[in-house]
Ligand binder design. Structure first.
Ligand SMILES: O=C(O)CCC(=O)C(=O)O
Ligand SMILES: [Fe+2]
Length: 301
């Protein structure tokens, strides 16, 4: 769902001087959460209504992702300082608690374009297949969010999204049984905060009621992790259903994509070829932020 910011709210946000955020360990500090909320809710018309729409798109019936259009804000505020990022952080904090699982990195993680990197991974130039972020952690982030600073101006890199539970519901009983076995593994795990322990091997389906819980899946394990034949086949069937149900959208500058990882999986189509010819400063740039749903986050999941 696409959410536009009402014009009056946009104008008020542009003039709102939010202070720099503080961290408490890996979490956005409670004092920052409260300060941002107070500033945003009192200084800006229709803020509450906009975040209610946002929360509903992410956690309400049939929901699972949203794109908040902040294009006019980034155009007006620029990205030379943190003013735009503070506003985006303020919106994120209305959904759940922003945190950084990577202790040495800033709260927002750059996803740029690296032509020599594994093309299928974050900041590579290829197809980034359906996955959930931090799939091999016992407690993956409840939400993953991607703020577009610059799209691929050659026109590639559409975002792809798919309803994971809808795909699971289309599988046979036998396939679901295989996916419920702890037979899957992917990637490495070290030096991570706030996402539990390494989960290895993990089941794709965790025994929650249909439509509930994480669908702990990454299509990257199909090519990168040695899996047993039957389990690999089951994962491949799920992947086919995920692709069958996919939607794609092109993020524009200032678009803020939020994904409820308990409902939707995400990925990215390949960037346009010839990225080498694009100066680094003009290449696609997303900023990633993870959110943890707390008891009082307003999340219904
Ligand atoms: O490049 C994108 O659009 C998505 C990147 C992604 O999903 C990730 O880095 O986890
Ligand atoms: Fe991702």
């Amino acid at each position: 769902m696409i959410i536009n910011i009402p014009a009056g709210l946009e104008a008020a946000l542009i003039d709102l001087p939010l202070p720099a955020w503080k961290l408490d360990g890996s979490l956005l500090a409670k004092t920052t959460m409260e300060r941002y909320r107070a500033e945003l809710a009192t200084a800006t018309p229709r803020f509450e209504e906009t975040v209610a729409t946002l929360r509903h798109a992410l956690t309400g019936e049939g929901g699972g992702y949203a794109v908040l259009r902040l294009g006019n804000l980034v155009k007006t505020l620029g990205t030379d300082d943190d003013r735009f990022l503070r506003l985006a952080t303020g919106f994120a904090a209305e959904v759940a608690v922003p945190f950084s699982p990577f202790p040495r990195w800033p709260l927002w993680k750059d996803i740029g374009v690296k032509v020599d990197k594994d093309p299928g991974k974050s900041s590579g130039i290829g197809y980034n297949a359906f996955h959930m972020d931090l799939v091999n952690a016992t407690l993956p982030p409840d939400f993953t969010t991607l703020l577009c600073i610059r799209p691929d101006h050659l026109g590639g890199g559409r975002s792809i999204l798919t309803d994971a539970h809808a795909a699971v519901a289309r599988l046979s009983e036998g396939t679901r049984a295989l996916l419920s076995e702890p037979a899957y593994h992917y990637g490495t795990f070290f030096d991570l905060f706030g996402v539990g322990e390494e989960y290895k091997p993990f089941p794709v389906l965790d025994g929650s009621a249909p439509g509930e819980g994480f669908v702990r899946f990454t299509a990257k394990m199909l090519t990168r992790s040695p899996l047993g034949q039957a389990h690999a086949d089951a994962a491949r069937e799920l992947d086919r259903e995920l692709v069958r149900g996919q939607v794609s959208l092109m993020l524009q500058a200032g678009d803020y994509l939020m994904v409820n990882q308990r409902r939707y999986l995400h990925g990215r189509e390949a960037l346009h070829s010839r990225q080498e010819a694009v100066p680094v400063a003009d290449r696609r740039l997303l900023l990633q932020l993870f959110l943890r749903a707390g008891a009082s986050s307003g999340s219904a999941t």
